[in-house]
Ligand binder design. Structure first.
Ligand SMILES: Cc1ncc(COP(=O)(O)O)c(C=O)c1O
Length: 414
């Protein structure tokens, strides 16, 4: 067949994307299109939208870079075993023990916690079933569920109760088809920490309704002292509920400042007989996708078992930037905020007569500051929020907050 006898491209019909993707959104990165407009006009945009510490004054601990470099030089460049390299798996088991998880049944390494989320949800749900996810949530959870064709079943986090999960709402949302519940602790986007009592109550619900708990603890080492200098320790869900089927998610991206390496893991715990079949399902998926990044897995042991000095510096910076953020929220008309206790996000409420999505887009256009609208994470109807990433240094934050306050004053009055 000659080229001229082929059907011209112009006559081809559009290749449609799968309709189940219609609700897949990732507001954090979707806003980039608006920022691009502004950048094309020659302006610089202050990015308070993406939780990447390496965009700011944070540095990866050098000893873990060395470990990956050495692994590459030592020829660890082929495929790795599907669950992860033995040295990394041992180190993750050690970490589970330090977190107080006593009933570890399995551990596996993934390409970021993002892949743990994908695999763990995919291995669980059948069509017609559901998983309870928090509202507001980290949008990957709803994106993966949409991809799987699973309807969302979101439970509220209660702003009046320092963003703790609202148990009554969880009870209301539970159906006979509910298979699991997602906890994000420390939380993105609210920066809250679950109390022990809350974890115990969620465990009780899981026992009564035969649920698996997915406890996303990717920020567990980024805990911030309160105004009196007191640190509320992070509590791993699986440590208070050793019998309950649980996968604890952890990773290198945030605690060890290497989001680009794409290393995460899952720790399966609970009664052995309860988690056996599910764990086998997870391993089928682990094998099907071959393996996680190989040389980067050699950073896990030195990270988890080596010096933790960088965390002191990270926590000091984050605490000072959280305090600055909180003071600004308290001083700014129309804005209020529950003080974050962990991670590097604040989720202020804003009292405005239009949607928070318009607020955020206009803020980018007019003041060149990029935050993410609450509707991108989910929120109670009738409320509006925006998420701030408070990773930048104090002078950058001060400039950004002055721009936001000015914008609020000009657009809505105080
Ligand atoms: C709560 C939460 N879970 C998971 C992830 C994904 O992390 P990773 O870089 O390990 O894929 C993030 C990233 O921001 C997050 O905030």
């Amino acid at each position: 067949m000659t080229l001229t006898s082929m059907t011209p491209i112009s006559q081809m019909q559009e290749i449609a994307a799968a309709s189940r993707l219609e609700n897949v959104r990732y507001a954090i990165r979707d806003l980039a299109c608006v920022a691009d407009e502004v950048i094309k006009q020659g302006r610089k945009v202050l990015p308070l939208n993406v939780g990447d510490p390496l965009n700011f004054d944070f540095q990866t601990p050098p000893h873990i870079i060395e470990a990956v470099y050495k692994a590459m030089r030592d020829g660890k460049n082929g495929y790795a075993p599907s669950p992860g390299v033995p040295e990394a798996l041992d180190a993750i088991r050690g970490e589970a023990a330090r977190k107080g998880i006593t009933t570890v049944r399995d551990v596996f390494v993934t390409s970021g916690v993002s892949e743990t989320v994908d695999l763990c949800l995919s291995a669980l749900v059948n069509p017609g079933e559901d998983v309870l996810t928090p509202c507001p949530d980290y949008p990957l959870y709803s994106a993966v569920l949409c991809k799987l064709g699973i309807g969302l079943n979101a439970y509220d986090l209660n702003e009046q109760d320092a963003w703790q999960p609202e148990l009554a709402d969880i009870e209301r949302k539970l159906t006979p088809r509910t298979r699991g519940i997602v906890l994000i602790n420390p939380n993105n986007p609210t920066g809250s920490l679950c109390t022990r009592q809350m974890l115990e109550q969620v465990a009780e619900l899981a026992r009564r309704h035969n649920l698996i708990v997915f406890s996303d603890e990717i920020y567990d080492k980024l805990i911030l002292a309160d105004a009196n200098g007191e640190v509320t320790p992070h509590i791993a869900f699986a440590s208070v509920a050793p019998d309950v089927p649980c996968v604890t998610f952890g990773g290198m991206s945030k605690n060890y400042l290497v989001p680009g390496w794409r290393i995460g893991w899952g720790i399966v715990s609970g009664e052995a007989s309860a988690v056996k079949a599910y764990t086998e399902g997870v391993h089928r998926l682990l094998r099907a996708r071959l393996c996680a990044n190989h040389p980067e897995q050699y950073s896990i042991k030195p990270a988890l078992e080596g010096p933790q000095d960088h965390l002191i510096e990270v926590q000091r910076k984050l605490r000072s930037r959280r305090d600055l953020t909180q003071r600004w929220c308290e001083a700014t008309p129309r804005v209020s905020c529950v003080a974050p206790r962990g991670a590097f996000y604040a989720y202020p409420k804003i009292d405005i007569p239009e949607s928070d999505e318009i607020f955020v887009k206009e803020l980018i256009r007019q003041k060149h500051v990029m935050v993410v609208h609450g509707s991108g994470f989910g929120q109670k109807p009738g409320t509006q929020h925006f998420r701030i990433v408070f990773l930048p240094d104090e002078s950058t934050l001060t400039k950004a907050y002055a721009g936001i306050a000015e914008f609020i004053g000009e657009r809505y009055g105080s």
